[in-house]
Design a protein around this ligand. Structure first.
Ligand code: NAP
Length: 478
């Protein structure tokens, strides 16, 4: 009898081929591969004979090459490509088999797909996979949803290929149906905020501090030795050190300043708006990319009034430290907002998501991997129901140690006209959260005035409406 594979991969572009190689490199795995166009299959087989793949040219042969219960990971273009492959597999799979979508699916699509596929007795697992090309090959952070039964069979395989952080695999069962893709979406949203915050810090160091890209690269490398230690800080230093092969100039000065995106940041903000979860740092990061991409509008601008104050930096080391502190504080806000959004999603969709475990599996393999995720795990381990990360002792102390610099940096940026939407909105969020009273009371008054939307009182139960155009007396409405 020909040997069968215990796991298969459908879709052999960048992510799928690297994930298949990762799987094949782990003891105990035999990997089946299939791609719609056979060229990619042939190329991968030829380039990596050591992987000993079982390659198929047809989906029928691919399914036949899998041992039961069959497990196939789909790594194709999100959207219609994923639906097409799911439909091919469900036509051929049997009860108890497992289909895993490892692409970047929208979690609502995953909820729909899980319903459709599980109706046939086949398990469907939407698994967020982070780490890009290198992560897929060497060890990504994996966020699987789906049933506990599916994870019992799939989990041990995923644990062999995931990144390892402090001896623990960066994979855990996130929750049912779309929970894994939801958490991956928020991960990407935090990634947007983190990148924007780093970019704003760079801009201040460059514009106000007058540092060159090489000098800023050194600053980031230094920062990477402390509480900001993270993959994004590390690669930022490398990007800033890179010279353009054509002109010899710093590459960052040659790259067009119009940031692209593939949609997960937008999904995060759209979802957060529906959930009423204030992810203002992530939203500012998405909008900052949108503004940068309005190149025609920016190119066509007239001479607009500028700030009339110059950011005169006298003590450069103190300035660098102030920017570092402001960056750290703003970054804490981005994560606090992201974790709040996960909690809001879990409540809405009845997922039992362990926030401390989420922080743990983001410590390795993924783009937002960072030293301080350990602190987030500790915070949720101490108090599972923590109302905000910002209320944990460690983060209270962290913000206390940065707040003066944070305010100074945001104020100076505003006074001198250095755009800093994510720094500024993070600070405003913090001040909003800690405020004893918010002007929302006035908004409620306005709403009641023009729309009889009613308001609640601080000193009595029920809803009230004021007769604004009448005798201005108040009536209780429920
Ligand atoms: P991709 O460019 O998103 O997709 C190309 C793959 O999809 C090819 O194998 C292609 O087959 C297949 N495909 C497209 N439409 C199909 C259809 N109707 N039927 C069957 N196959 C179809 O590939 P990728 O960059 O490797 O990403 C794969 C998934 O991982 C995506 O969902 C992506 O969002 C996600 N992801 C990517 C990254 C990253 O860094 N690139 C990181 C995390 C997650 P053919 O060769 O026949 O055209």
């Amino acid at each position: 009898m020909t040997e069968k594979a215990n796991i298969g991969v459908v879709g052999l572009a960048v992510m799928g081929s690297n994930l298949a190689r990762n799987l094949a490199s782990r003891e105990g795995n035999r990997v089946a591969i299939y791609n719609r166009s056979v060229e990619k299959t042939n190329q991968l087989t030829a380039d990596h004979p050591e992987a000993n793949f079982i390659a198929s040219e047809s989906i029928d042969d691919f399914v036949a090459s899998l041992s039961k219960p069959r497990t196939a990971i789909i790594m194709v273009q999100a959207g219609t490509g994923t639906d097409a492959v799911i439909s091919q597999l469900t036509e051929r799979f049997e009860k108890g088999d497992i289909i895993v979508d490892g692409g970047n699916a929208l979690y609502t699509d995953t909820i729909r797909r899980e319903k459709e596929v599980s109706a046939k007795g086949i398990h469907f697992v939407g698994a967020g996979i982070s780490g890009g090309e290198e992560g897929a090959l060497k060890g990504p952070s994996i966020m699987p949803g789906g049933t506990k039964a599916a994870y019992a069979s799939l989990g041990p395989i995923l644990e062999t290929i995931a990144a390892v952080a402090e001896g623990e695999p960066c994979v855990t069962h996130i929750g049912s149906d779309g929970a894994g893709h939801f958490v991956k979406m928020i991960h990407n949203g935090i990634e947007y905020a983190d990148m924007q915050l780093i970019a704003e810090a760079y801009d201040m160091l460059r514009q106000a501090g007058g540092f060159s890209p090489d000098e800023i690269a050194d600053i980031f490398s230094e920062w990477n030795k402390g509480e900001l230690e993270s993959y994004l800080i590390e690669i930022t230093a490398e990007v800033l050190r890179q010279k353009d092969s054509k002109t010899g100039e710093p590459l960052v000065d040659v790259i067009l300043d119009a940031a692209g995106s593939k949609g997960t940041g937008v999904w995060t903000v759209q979802t957060a708006l529906d959930l009423g979860a204030p992810v203002s740092g992530i939203a500012e990061a998405v909008f900052a990319r949108s503004l940068s991409a309005q190149h025609a509008q920016r190119a066509g601008k007239p001479e607009l009034p500028a700030a009339n104050q110059v950011w005169a930096v006298e003590d450069k080391p103190a300035f660098v430290e102030a920017v570092r502190r402001a960056l750290y504080a703003s970054k804490i806000i981005a994560y606090a907002q992201g974790f709040d959004a996960i909690r809001a999603g879990a409540k809405e969709f009845n997922w039992e998501i362990n926030l401390g475990e989420v922080a743990k599996i983001w410590r390795g393999g993924c783009i937002i991997r960072a030293q301080f995720l350990n602190r987030i795990t500790d915070a949720y381990r101490k108090d599972e129901k923590l109302l905000s990360l910002l209320f944990d002792d460690y983060f209270v102390a962290a913000i206390a140690g940065t707040i003066a610099s944070w305010r100074e940096i945001v104020a100076m940026a505003a006074l001198t006209g250095v755009p800093s939407p994510a720094f500024a909105s993070s600070l405003s969020y913090y001040d909003g959260l800690r405020a004893k009273r918010l002007p929302a009371a006035l908004v409620q008054g306005q709403r009641d005035f023009f729309g009889a939307h009613t308001y609640k009182r601080i000193d009595a139960e029920g809803s009230y409406h004021t007769l604004w155009s009448g005798d201005r007396s108040e009536i209780k409405t429920d």
